[in-house]
Design a protein around this ligand. Structure first.
Ligand code: 5CA
Length: 441
């Protein structure tokens, strides 16, 4: 993409109501624009990152055996009356009436609808286990929407729902999602710690929140510090084997959110290993047995010929919130530092003297070669000053900057800067292109 043809409305100053770094940087980098309290338009640069995060989530769900579908944002109130949650949900639910006076709601979550889909076609244990998921916009009329995409009213969530014949199967489904979550957050460069959590309006008795530690996090959390550095298992796990040891490894050490905190258990940890911090909840998984299947009559036939309500769990990832969490974890005074896996573009080309024939030619060559190699590239071909171009590149945080100036070009070299480390190397263009495309020069 050529910046001169792109839509990247960067701001010099962050609006004064943006209190935390990620919110300020997302506004300044032209990624989002507030349209109403807690409701954002996703501008082109922001949308690219959102799509990348969504794709990582999707790949890890698929790997763990979950199956993607797409449920609508609007749901019938009557469906929620079946579970008893229509009245229980309170003012967070956006309630809507259509022209026929039918009561609808904008989905804050999908347990009821997915249970309805399941009961419409699955009858036998032979079709189990199943895990259905979607990535869809949700609406919750939060009392205090704040911190940009971190606590929005309209936000993008991945929500998966598992169905099993018995509690043992449900536990296996839960474990698959637990392990998939460790991998998916790690692929985004995040250290997310699973912590015992309260289940709130979703219900059930087994639940973990996945927490990214950050000073600006909304939740107070307590854990053993070894959990923070524990590496993710990676993709080569036996998804339908015994995952309990992997889960036990993470749950043996103390980790809990404020609502579940047990002071005595925490104090039993040696003092130097205790971590009392703040965190951002990027995912939340629940196992709630028959809470929905029983009242909604989602029954399956067991091998003994008896019908039982299906055992369920639900598994959420805050896809749009993740942009905020990643930026909180990875930025400096100059701006965002995207991990490669979610960066909107891999490389930014900075033409230090637009209009200079040699600079333009070198930039064009680099732009074409990178595009041909399938590398996402943003070419700053505007006539802004060099200083302003550097500031924009640092702000939007692409992993690599390829800097082309008249002096270097005359000497046959360009500069390659690593956004994260700040390291620069001066090399012939061919060598730099080889590095960026992963081919030897
Ligand atoms: N049905 C369950 C799991 S699918 C559920 O709704 N869980 S949840 O309420 O915990 O939400 C799942 C994830 O969505 C949270 O972990 C959080 O990362 C994200 N989330 C929740 N509320 C918001 C919000 N207001 N703004 C942005 N992200 C949110």
């Amino acid at each position: 993409m050529r910046l001169s043809r792109y839509f990247l409305p960067v701001l010099k100053e962050a609006p004064s109501d943006a209190q935390i770094a990620s919110h300020q940087l997302m506004l300044r980098a032209g990624m989002i624009r507030q349209e109403a309290a807690g409701i954002y338009a996703w501008l082109p640069l922001g949308l690219r990152v959102l799509n990348k995060i969504e794709q990582i989530v999707r790949e890890e769900m698929d790997r763990a055996g979950a199956i993607e579908l797409l449920m609508p944002t609007l749901q019938l109130a009557d469906l929620w009356r079946e579970s008893g949650r229509y009245d229980a949900y309170g003012p967070e639910m956006l309630r809507i009436t259509d022209r026929h006076e039918r009561e609808l709601l904008y989905g804050p979550t999908n347990e009821e609808m997915v249970t309805e889909i399941f009961r419409g076609s699955v009858r036998s244990y032979k079709d189990l286990p199943k895990n259905l998921y979607h990535v869809q916009w949700k609406f919750r009329d939060e009392r205090r929407p704040r911190f940009g995409v971190m606590r929005g009213r309209e936000f993008l969530m991945k929500d998966a729902y598992s169905f099993d014949l018995d509690a043992e199967g449900a536990r296996k489904s839960y474990n698959r999602m637990f392990v998939a979550y460790l991998n998916l957050f790690s692929r985004m460069g995040l250290k997310a710690v699973p912590m015992r959590a309260d289940t709130g309006p979703i219900g059930g008795d087994l639940s973990h929140e996945f927490i990214v530690l950050a000073e600006t996090g909304e939740s107070a959390v307590f854990c053993h510090k070894d959990l923070v550095e524990m590496a993710a298992p990676g993709p080569d796990v036996e998804w339908y084997g015994d995952l309990q040891p992997l889960v036990d490894q993470r749950t043996a050490l103390y980790a809990a959110t404020e609502e579940m905190h047990d002071e005595a258990a925490f104090d039993a940890i040696p003092e130097g290993d205790r971590l009392s911090a703040r965190g951002i909840e990027v995912g939340h998984i629940f196992s709630f047995g028959t809470k929905y299947s029983e009242p909604m009559k989602a029954l399956v036939m067991g091998p003994d010929g008896k019908e039982v309500p299906v055992q369920m769990g639900s598994y959420g990832v805050g896809v749009s919130r993740l942009l905020g969490a990643i930026i909180e974890a990875s930025h400096d005074d100059g701006g965002i530092i995207w991990p490669e896996s979610v960066a909107p573009y891999h490389v930014g080309i900075v033409n230090m003297r637009q209009g200079d024939a040699a600079c333009d030619a070198a930039c064009d060559e680099a732009y074409k070669a990178l595009q041909a190699a399938g590398v996402d590239v943003l070419y700053d071909d505007t006539d802004a000053r060099g200083g302003a171009k550097f500031a924009t590149m640092d702000l939007i945080g692409l992993p690599w900057q390829l800097i082309v100036g008249p002096k270097g070009v005359a000497e046959g070299v360009v500069e390659l800067k690593n956004r994260k480390t700040g390291e620069r190397v001066s090399e012939p263009l061919d060598a730099v292109l080889a590095r960026l495309t992963g081919k030897a020069a």
